[in-house]
Ligand binder design. Structure first.
Ligand code: GLU
Ligand code: MG
Length: 445
């Protein structure tokens, strides 16, 4: 990753001036520049549009301590981060900046983070995702990726705005204006919606969007989709919760990661000669991910609340197995659509960190020529020989602690910060019962 200096921003000035004029013409006055921290919280700095070209050149300041913040805003420390010192520069992305349809007068951009001297910030998860994609590309592989978003709606007084049954048209009728406004806002922002439907739990809905070219675009899409849902919900007098466990003991919100592997323009999920259409490299990639799911859970299911969601027979993918169209397997292969779905992850994950970690695991699988075990049919809960994924954050953290591959890929600073936040979250909730955990995380995400 190259060092960045002000001349990079200056070189891009004509492009940024065009962007600023376009945004002004669309009524934008203020820009929200976001990062996602290691606890999965989207944090923001905002500035007036009039400063956009200056910000593109010099960045916006932000403290590095957010990478060791817990979901409850408790600052902890890692071997490298924590405390009041230091400052970073946040840079917007000219390809992603977009007016926010549900926040008139606002635009949004994800940020890359650099040190003041122009070096890439070692704990920038978006740069980590980029570097993982670059490692894949150097081996000839590209990935399509997309996250699926589930959320639960409530009125401010806590009551549920829908009465209709799971997956029922009644809920769409009850919230027809909301659904239309949401899809319109996403479409206006250039997000291609594939589906919107009511989910299982009371007041629960889901949106899936078109796969993006690569992990960074997929993670950016997810942030934009989630914050748009939050904003449209607010405009309709509703609150949206993306937390893994809204009500202890009930079906929660997943944030499944869909991915497809390609090599030199060939779709490795549609090999007509291979079993399930999976070319050797795609099978090895998925086998590598499946093998490493216990460690990946500390990245993709990073909250104590994640483990209340990750229970058998709730379509959350609590077992370390794969299956063709099997909704109880952590890895669901969808041969008809040419991709695989990782179901065990949720919205408390940092999507950049997760995408980069999954790529790391998949490339390790390719490097070792990993083979997929036999697929599982039916609910693995009834099968003796299918392993459960970790049942607690502590258990997942033990696996991440033992993963030299993820440690090396993230680098010491990012890896150390992730572990520090995980241990702090586990400690903070160690004495909480499931109801307390659900209550304390419900409105943080
Ligand atoms: N809500 C389920 C979860 O916690 C997922 C349901 C589905 O398969 O979409 O992941
Ligand atoms: Mg769903």
């Amino acid at each position: 990753m190259g060092t960045r200096d002000a001349s990079d921003g200056r070189a891009a000035q004509p492009e940024w001036r065009v962007r600023a004029a376009e945004l002004a013409a669309r009524g934008v006055e203020t820009v929200a520049l976001t990062i996602v921290d290691n606890a999965g919280i989207c944090r923001v700095k905002t500035f007036p549009l009039a400063r956009l070209t200056e910000v593109a050149e010099r960045g916006v300041g932000m403290a590095p301590c957010f990478d060791v913040y817990t979901s409850a805003d408790r600052m902890v420390s890692s071997p490298h981060l924590g405390g009041p010192d230091g400052d970073l520069r946040l840079f917007p992305d000219p390809d992603r900046i977009v007016p926010l349809a549900a926040q008139p007068g606002w635009a949004w951009s994800p940020a890359d983070r650099y040190e003041q001297d122009g070096r890439p910030y070692a704990s920038c998860q978006r740069l980590f995702a980029k570097s993982a994609a670059d490692r894949a590309a150097a081996l000839g592989f590209t990935l399509t990726m997309g996250f699926e978003t589930e959320w639960i709606l409530r009125r401010p007084d806590g009551t549920c705005p829908t009465t209709g049954p799971a997956y029922g048209m009644t809920r769409v009728v009850e919230l027809a204006d909301y659904g239309r406004d949401l899809l319109r806002a996403l479409t206006d922002q250039g997000v291609r919606v594939l589906q919107f439907h009511p989910e299982y739990s009371p007041g629960q809905f889901e949106i899936s969007t078109a796969p993006a070219d690569g992990p960074v675009a997929a993670a950016d899409d997810l942030v934009l989709v989630r914050e748009t849902i939050r904003a449209v919900s607010a405009r309709h007098g509703l609150r949206a919760s993306f937390a893994p466990t809204f009500t202890a003991g009930e079906v929660g919100n997943g944030c499944h990661l869909h991915l497809g592997l390609h090599r030199d323009g060939t779709d490795l999920h549609r090999d007509p000669r291979a079993p399930y259409g999976l070319a050797l490299d795609a099978a090895a990639f998925l086998a590598g991910v499946l093998e490493r799911l216990p460690a990946l859970l500390a990245v993709g299911a990073p909250s104590p609340a994640s483990y209340l969601r990750l229970a058998p027979s709730r379509w959350a993918g609590a077992y370390r197995c794969w299956g063709v169209e099997n909704r109880e397997a952590a890895l669901r292969l969808v041969p008809g659509d040419g991709h695989a779905e990782l179901k065990c992850f949720d919205a408390t994950a940092n999507p950049y960190l997760l995408a980069g970690s999954v790529i790391t695991a998949g490339l390790a699988g390719i490097a070792e020529g990993a083979k997929l075990p036999d697929p599982v049919t039916g609910d693995p809960a009834g099968l003796a020989d299918v392993p459960r994924l970790p049942r607690s954050l502590d258990e997942a953290v033990d696996h991440l602690t033992a993963s030299d591959e993820l440690r090396e890929a993230m680098g010491e600073v990012l890896y150390g910060a992730v572990l520090a936040v995980r241990r702090a979250e586990a400690e903070d909730f160690a004495d909480s019962d499931p109801e307390r955990i659900a209550a304390d995380t419900r409105w943080r995400y």
